[in-house]
Design a protein. Structure first.
Length: 410
């Protein structure tokens, strides 16, 4: 069955969909992945049929950081840019998806994918990395971690309702324009035809959701047998105690030099060795030294288990990789769903209280590192959770579920 996977996200958010696409492909489905153009070569290298959407996600991330886009509210200066990009993406996606029996994607993919699927008369399969897609008394709102747990079911209802609205509202104007100018569709009055899915790529050991939800476990890429670690990284890891790994992935900073100074000073104050992953965050101004190795990026599945702790931004994909590694995590959430995952890490006892980006300082980060590294119970809980996650096969479970569901929609 031909399936088009729409993956519009940062690297950490696209990687699980690449893993799922490979699983579907190995199960005999004809799959092609549509993603921003800066990921096309990487996806093709994995063995996937990948086609580029116009524009680069790293450029979009930097523009969003400069405009202050972090919590789902599109700044006024970005609205015209979002509209133009949506029209370009919709035209490309309509062409790429022609001939598919279904479109599949998460929050980013659904922004335009739902409308394109309606135009093509095929289902859009919601495949989420977060517990979204329903207003529920049983699940806390992904975008409202500030609602206290003691509010119970009422708080969950309010939080999930706010989350569903916040995920849709910023893109409503773009959707209207796409439907009118590209797809020739009237304003949406009801949900388009879909399957009995969705499916969720996280673990019930991490987020408790109703038994009726199809939660499969995380979607991890297989290890690349051809990849070898840089010699300088191997030498650094072997030259002393296990370091901490610090990286904020795709979270571009408006002042990366200041972030670099903060992180460097925190490392010195905490008295730890560290591997710094610069990624898109721009922390390239950190000078390497005997106790600090600066490197662009390394597969998390290889590096994280070799570290004493991980400091990260709390994206869904990075959080999953850190949990699977079995080491504690200090989460510095920047926005969107990251505060939710940061809160879950703390509630599970595998990391300290979240350290929001607005409160990040050399003092606060050093204190969080000292607390984390001294907590034997936290380290034991992280290792136990990793064992539970390793027993799950999220890809196989998701592929079996999707194969049955897609067959029933034909």
């Amino acid at each position: 069955m031909p399936v088009c996977v729409v993956a519009i996200d940062t690297r950490g958010g696209i990687q699980p969909y690449a893993a799922l696409a490979l699983g579907l492909q190995q199960a005999g489905h004809r799959v092609h992945v549509v993603a921003p153009e800066d990921f096309t070569d990487w996806l093709t290298g994995l063995g996937l049929d990948a086609v580029p959407l116009p524009g680069r996600m790293d450029d979009a991330a930097r523009a969003a950081a400069e405009a202050g886009f972090s919590r789902g509210v599109v700044p006024r200066g970005m609205r015209e840019q979002l509209l133009r990009q949506s029209l370009r993406h919709a035209r490309a996606l309509l062409d790429y998806a022609d001939g598919a029996d279904a479109l599949l994607g998460g929050i980013g993919g659904a922004v335009l994918g739902v409308d394109v699927a309606e135009r093509l008369g095929i289902p859009f399969v919601h495949a989420h990395l977060q517990p979204v897609g329903a207003v529920s008394a049983a699940v806390a709102g992904v975008l409202t971690p500030w609602i206290p747990a003691w509010t119970g079911a009422a708080g969950n209802l309010i939080g999930s309702a706010i989350t569903e609205s916040a995920l849709a509202l910023p893109f409503r104007a773009a959707s209207r324009a796409v439907r009118a100018e590209v797809l020739g569709l009237p304003p949406r009055r009801s949900r388009p035809r879909s399957s009995r899915l969705p499916v969720y790529g996280f673990s019930r050991h991490v987020v408790a959701v109703p038994a009726t939800w199809d939660v499969t476990g995380y979607w991890f890429l297989p290890e690349d047998p051809a990849w070898t670690p840089p010699a300088e990284l191997v030498a650094f890891l072997g030259s002393g105690e296990a370091p901490v790994c610090i990286g904020f992935g795709s979270m571009a900073s408006a002042d990366p030099a200041a972030t670099a100074r903060t992180v460097t000073e925190a490392i010195r104050r905490a008295g730890v060795r560290a591997v710094l992953l610069t990624g898109w965050s721009g922390m390239s101004d950190i000078a390497a030294s005997d106790d600090v190795l600066v490197i662009d990026q390394v597969p998390h599945s290889w590096l994280f288990p070799r570290c004493a702790a991980v400091v990260h931004h709390g994206g869904a994909g990075t959080t999953a990789a850190a949990l699977r590694a079995g080491v504690p995590a200090v989460v510095v959430p920047h926005g969107v769903d990251q505060p939710f995952w940061a809160k879950r890490v703390a509630e599970l006892g595998v990391g300290p209280r979240p350290l929001p980006r607005s409160r990040l300082s050399a003092t606060s980060l050093a204190a969080a590192l000292r607390t984390t590294l001294a907590d034997d119970g936290m380290r034991a809980r992280a290792a136990h959770l990793a064992e539970l996650l390793s027993a799950e096969d999220g890809i196989t479970t998701a592929v079996d579920h999707l194969s049955r569901g897609l067959t029933q929609t034909k």
